[in-house]
Design a protein around this ligand. Structure first.
Ligand SMILES: Cc1cc2nc3c(=O)[nH]c(=O)nc-3n(C[C@H](O)[C@H](O)[C@H](O)COP(=O)(O)OP(=O)(O)OC[C@H]3O[C@@H](n4cnc5c(N)ncnc54)[C@H](O)[C@@H]3O)c2cc1C
Length: 333
């Protein structure tokens, strides 16, 4: 029987985990990623002094099988549990101390972790997908990649919708999935609290996480969703100035707080999700995965990719001489 083929759009945790699981089961898998490296919202910024997280700062597991997966990554030295002190609070004089439980942070760069996940799947970076059609991926450069047994789209819902004109049943299911934005900053300051994580109870800033791989005094600071919605169309310079000023107020810091980098995540986290792990159009051999389908967070995105791949592999096992069929309960009708 001919080797089964999958084409996957997006090399975030969902796309990479799906690709690697299929490839390990003998599928021929190609992944198309628009960015220069894999990782998606698990993203690091390169600096002269090292690197720093700019997207999801933590990975945590609420249940199996992701718990076992994280234990394995810890054994490999790719992840470490974050046991540092955390400050929770509203103002410099009213903080509560706590400890984070079940939170892990990366010791290697996301692209390396994704490479491990991808296994033998072939990754094409800086390759943007324009449109999906039945069994077919059309790249932005006009190239048609076709005749897949399954096309899998693992990008945030607002980025998937424009690709799905030829697949209206899938597109219609995505229109109500809303994502909220976050501005992410790398800020360096001297002094301040001797903790590793600060969770702000504030309407402007949400979180600051110390970045040890980026040199002394470097922190990743995330805005609140409300801040990012207010400064959605602002220049990076304006957002940085507002963010630094909010931080100085909250921590009672004097100048200078240097902002070394910033990034606006327009689609940081979904507010709701479709539910289930994946959504498939059986007739057209196209399936959707990722946190817009399965729910926010790294764990749900990973599960979404693995569960779709397992369903596809299982379907092949049951239908030995037939083309693979997507036949779990997440079909559009
Ligand atoms: C600021 C921030 C903080 C977060 N904090 C946490 C946290 O503490 N804990 C937690 O569990 N989760 C957190 N998350 C959420 C978590 O990062 C996501 O839920 C998860 O990484 C989503 O993975 P994904 O594979 O579904 O999507 P993504 O990681 O977004 O992957 C999609 C990929 O598709 C690519 N792509 C998009 N369009 C195209 C196209 N047309 N052609 C080719 N490629 C394309 C993108 O470049 C991207 O690499 C946070 C996210 C952000 C942004």
């Amino acid at each position: 029987m001919a080797q089964l083929r999958a084409g996957i759009v997006g090399a975030g945790i969902a796309g990479a985990s799906c690709a690697g699981t299929l490839a390990a089961a003998g599928w021929d898998v190609e992944v198309f990623e628009q960015a220069p490296t894999a990782g998606g919202r698990i993203f690091t910024q390169q600096l002269n002094t090292g690197w720093a997280m700019m997207g999801s700062p933590f990975i945590s597991a609420k249940r199996e099988p992701f718990r076992s997966q994280l234990r394995d990554w810890v054994r490999q030295g790719w992840l470490v549990p974050l046991r540092g002190n955390v400050w929770l609070g509203r103002a410099a004089d009213a903080w509560a101390h706590t400890q984070l439980k079940n939170h892990y942070t990366l010791q290697i760069e996301p692209a390396q972790l994704m490479q491990h996940l991808l296994g033998t799947a072939r990754l094409h970076t800086q390759t943007r997908v324009a449109t999906l059609q039945p069994r077919t991926i059309i790249l932005e450069n006009g190239q048609t990649m076709g005749n897949y047994d399954c096309v899998i789209c693992s990008v945030p819902a607002p980025q998937a919708i424009p690709m799905l004109d030829a697949l209206p049943r899938l597109r219609e299911r995505l229109v109500d999935v809303r994502y909220r934005p976050v501005w992410s900053f790398l800020m360096r300051w001297e002094g301040g609290p001797a903790v590793d994580v600060i969770q702000f109870d504030d309407h402007l800033l949400k979180l600051a996480v110390r970045q040890t791989a980026g040199g002394e005094g470097l922190w990743m600071v995330h805005s609140s969703n409300e801040f990012a919605e207010t400064y959605l169309e602002a220049s990076a310079m304006e957002a940085c100035t507002r963010g630094a000023s909010a931080l100085m107020g909250l921590l009672g810091l004097p100048w200078p707080v240097e902002v070394e980098a910033s990034h606006l995540w327009r689609h940081a986290q979904p507010e709701g999700s479709i539910g289930g792990f994946w959504l498939g159009d059986r007739e057209n051999r196209v399936a959707l995965i990722g946190d817009g389908i399965a729910g926010t967070g790294v764990e749900r995105a990973w599960e979404s990719g693995v569960r779709l791949a397992q369903s596809l592999v299982q379907a092949k096992a049951e239908l030995t001489n037939c083309p693979v069929d997507l036949d779990v309960d997440q079909f559009v009708s």
